[in-house]
Design a protein around this ligand. Structure first.
Ligand SMILES: [Zn+2]
Length: 113
């Protein structure tokens, strides 16, 4: 499953950062998951909580920050909410010229001691 390998990557990244900063126990991590990032947030959280058990993240509170998808139509010059990458402009029906939000997938912050 895609989310399992993503969770492994996040754990490796956070573990490395923690070591660099002399952190031995991570208390909280905040991860931004855009609705158009292709990551299923619930599955990702489940995978992460499963995999952190043997790591320095084992007691960490996992927080996900969901960002909504936003498309921009150049014809109408307006932004609109996208639930799906293939959503069209609700006003004129054309494909959005740009995706302006919701593609993020990143570790925003972590705290530890
Ligand atoms: Zn439009």
């Amino acid at each position: 499953m895609h989310e399992l390998s993503l969770a492994t990557d996040v754990i490796n990244l956070v573990t490395e950062e923690a070591k660099k900063n002399g952190v031995s126990l991570v208390r909280e991590i905040l991860i931004e998951v855009g609705d158009l990032s292709g990551v299923e947030a619930d599955a990702f959280q489940w995978a992460l909580e499963l995999l952190i058990k043997e790591t320095i993240l084992k007691d960490a509170e996992v927080r996900l920050l969901r960002t909504p998808g936003t498309g921009f139509c150049k014809a109408c010059e307006r932004e609109f909410e996208m639930r799906n990458r293939l959503d069209i402009c609700p006003r004129c029906g054309s494909f959005p010229s740009e995706i302006r939000g919701g593609q993020e997938f990143r570790v925003v912050s972590m705290t530890g001691e």
